[in-house]
Design a protein around this ligand. Structure first.
Ligand SMILES: [Zn+2]
Length: 688
């Protein structure tokens, strides 16, 4: 029988770090999450009164307005001291027995709640709960306590945690008679609380599959037995980033490059988690304008000071060697050595990461502080490397969906001990691939994950898979996803494709700061996917972008720079993107994706339009002597930038003045670059 003194307080607020406004999210028809909680609890035979307790902040006004319309009592109280909010609310309504239900449990079972109330009333106890430890499904939790215990806690609890979470003082301090109502078998792996976006999708599905009201726990368990695949959507998720970080730590010490055994070893470790197909493409194979280079492997390297002491050792840090160094073993003077040393005077403690893939060279990298201490004399140097015919290795994992249209995730496996740039994207890709492959119900899209060396790997894949390219409907390049910075989204060259819109909506929904960048033809492999001959809708969702953090391409981009929590946060954003693409499958219509700036516009007298003669991927500039040989950190080569912009946007439509507008590069520099490209037969002028 209902008793006025048995009151249920449902705590609700609009703010939520993981899913803002979740309590007002629609579950079915016009029912919100909060409405569902109230509807479910209205079937209780024992609860005499129900009040929703929210905060007195303005942001929560919509909750009170909504409740007023539906004739439900609302109590406004302290935002962070939720214990005070409960106490004041219970006191005002003269509750003797208080049932506590947070509003993120829209399928709370009223008969189960009654059972727990019954148990509480029968037993001589102050507090009962159903989740210390959890044994019932997550989303079914009930807590009940009496007013005098609540008052005692309200007077004595002092830790912020105890005030914010209402009941820790009741079950932790051993001052109260507390009981756990336990399940006969542990069903806590089933989860229908609404904490995250993927939970909301599951709960919507449960409400659409079960038409009877109220929905009882046994109904959900029955549905679980019949349709286990439904419940996969919020399972197998690396919520705390621990799996990703563990893999990162394992991969970090390996000396990788664009070819060689470091990359093979990396792919082998990844294969322990997902069934990668590993491809080997022989040295000398032509891929568009490029040729697969010789394979590079290294055993050891050091510099011995005049006193015979090794001052640089490869085994201490693989960044010490210019990546792709040719073998060398000789004794040389300090001045000759200095021509092969790379340091960062502005970051004197960090070792720079430098490469010389396509111009044979050798070199060492060291901290500038160490460099300053070098004494005159003869130095013995050794680089025990091999640069020989071999192959380029990459890994690919394809998950077949219901349809052939693909979502492409691309990350690169060519950086040695560098964490945020490169490796963070790799571990995120592995975790997402695991999640998708664990789904029992086939996704609509097929998913392709590429683990490739940057630039040459993307070019190789595109060259070898031209017939598959048209199936790629969306894509993201994954890198720089584990640092503490806010999210950055670099749009695809199309700029307004479904992937662009989807990522932007996910970032907007997050209510966090984020940066949005228009496409530019420098950066990572989006350069190749978005080259004018393909113009694929591939963007890049990062945190702090490459080149924008001082640790970039240095030894400071290490295991401390990347944190579990940021990997987990990026994971949940990628997951939202995937789930939104899946939800919208077949619904998106685009009118004109191509970002054509100067359509049907008359050309100015002294303007020019060029056509890129190598539109598929970038042409190899190095072999034509128009690209710097040593790649590394924070370079600002204006002419090279101008060259990249012209190649990327000279599709026969955009003019030099259009490119000036979007690139913000001086027109004289663009003209200079275009005449160089004409001279090298990479572009030609179009005259009409
Ligand atoms: Zn890099």
């Amino acid at each position: 029988m209902k008793k006025k003194s048995i009151g249920c307080i449902v705590q609700a607020r609009m703010g939520s770090s993981r899913l803002p406004k979740k309590v007002m999210s629609i579950i079915y028809e016009n029912k919100t999450v909060l409405d569902c909680v109230i509807d479910q609890l209205s079937h209780s035979k024992l609860i005499g009164n129900l009040v929703v307790a929210t905060t007195s902040k303005k942001i929560d006004d919509p909750i009170e307005n909504h409740l007023q319309k539906n004739g439900i009592s609302c109590f406004r109280g302290n935002e962070n001291d939720v214990l005070d909010r409960y106490y004041q609310c219970a006191k005002k309504h003269n509750f003797e027995t208080i049932v506590r239900i947070p509003a993120d449990k829209p399928i709370i079972d009223p008969l189960f709640v009654d059972k727990v109330i019954q148990k509480f009333l029968e037993s001589d106890i102050d507090y009962i709960s159903t989740f210390h430890p959890p044994s019932f499904p997550i989303g079914s939790e009930v807590e009940i306590f009496n007013f005098s215990s609540l008052e005692n806690a309200w007077k004595n609890a002092s830790l912020p945690y105890e005030r914010e979470h209402v009941t820790p003082y009741l079950y932790n301090t051993k001052k109260f008679k507390a009981m756990n109502y336990a399940n006969k078998k542990n069903q806590s792996s089933i989860r229908y609380v609404v904490d995250r976006y993927e939970d909301l999708l599951l709960v919507k599905k449960i409400f659409s599959k079960i038409s009877k009201r109220p929905i009882l726990m046994q109904d959900i368990l029955q549905l679980f037995e019949q349709e286990k695949s439904l419940f996969e959507i919020n399972k197998n998720i690396d919520y705390d980033g621990k799996n990703m970080y563990k893999l990162l730590k394992k991969l970090y010490p390996i000396c990788r490059s664009i070819t060689g055994n470091g990359t093979r070893k990396t792919l082998k470790i990844i294969s322990e988690q997902i069934p990668l197909i590993i491809h080997e493409v022989p040295t000398g194979t032509n891929v568009f304008d490029w040729t697969i280079p010789k394979e590079w492997n290294i055993k050891d390297a050091y510099i011995k000071a005049p006193n015979g002491k090794k001052i640089i050792e490869f085994k201490n840090s693989n960044l010490h060697v210019l990546n792709y160094s040719i073998p060398v073993h000789k004794t040389i003077s300090l001045s000759e050595l200095k021509e092969h040393l790379f340091t960062l005077p502005k970051q004197p403690d960090a070792i720079p990461y430098k490469t010389s893939y396509y111009a044979e060279n050798w070199g060492f990298c060291m901290s500038h502080n160490q460099f300053l201490k070098l004494e005159n004399g003869n130095y013995e140097i050794l680089i025990d490397s091999k640069l020989k015919k071999g192959s380029l290795t990459y890994g690919e994992y394809y998950i077949k969906g219901k349809f052939e249209e693909e979502v492409l995730f691309s990350c690169y496996v060519c950086h040695p001990s560098i964490c945020n740039d490169s490796l963070s994207g790799v571990v995120l890709a592995v975790e997402l691939a695991k999640y998708i492959s664990n789904l029992k119900q086939k996704p609509n899209y097929s998913f392709r994950f590429l683990f490739i060396p940057e630039t040459i790997g993307a070019i190789t894949w595109l060259a070898r898979n031209q017939q598959k390219i048209k199936k790629i409907k969306h894509g993201l390049v994954m890198t720089c996803v584990g640092d503490s910075g806010p999210s950055t989204y670099k749009k695809s060259r199309q700029g307004n494709s479904e992937i662009d819109q989807t990522v932007i909506s996910v970032l907007k929904d997050s209510k966090e700061n984020f940066k949005l960048l228009d496409f530019f033809p420098l950066g990572s492999d989006e350069r190749q996917y978005c080259s004018p001959g393909f113009n694929l809708p591939v963007g890049s969702l990062m945190r702090t972008m490459y080149g924008k953090f001082p640790e970039y391409h240095t030894s400071a981009d290490d295991l401390n720079f990347v944190k579990e929590e940021f990997l987990a946060d990026t994971f949940s954003k990628y997951l939202k993107v995937i789930l939104k693409l899946e939800e919208n499958y077949g619904k998106f219509t685009s009118n004109n994706n191509n970002k054509i700036i100067r359509k049907n516009k008359k050309l100015d007298k002294n303007d020019h339009v060029f056509l890129n003669l190598y539109p598929k991927c970038e042409p190899q500039l190095g072999k034509r002597g128009i690209y710097h040989d040593i790649l590394g950190q924070n370079q600002d080569f204006v002419k090279e930038k101008a060259i990249m912009w012209i190649l990327s946007f000279s599709d026969g439509i955009n003019s030099i003045k259009d490119i000036e507008k979007i690139s913000k590069i001086d027109i004289n520099m663009l003209m200079e670059a275009s005449s160089l490209l004409c001279e090298k037969n990479l572009i030609k002028e179009i005259t009409n």
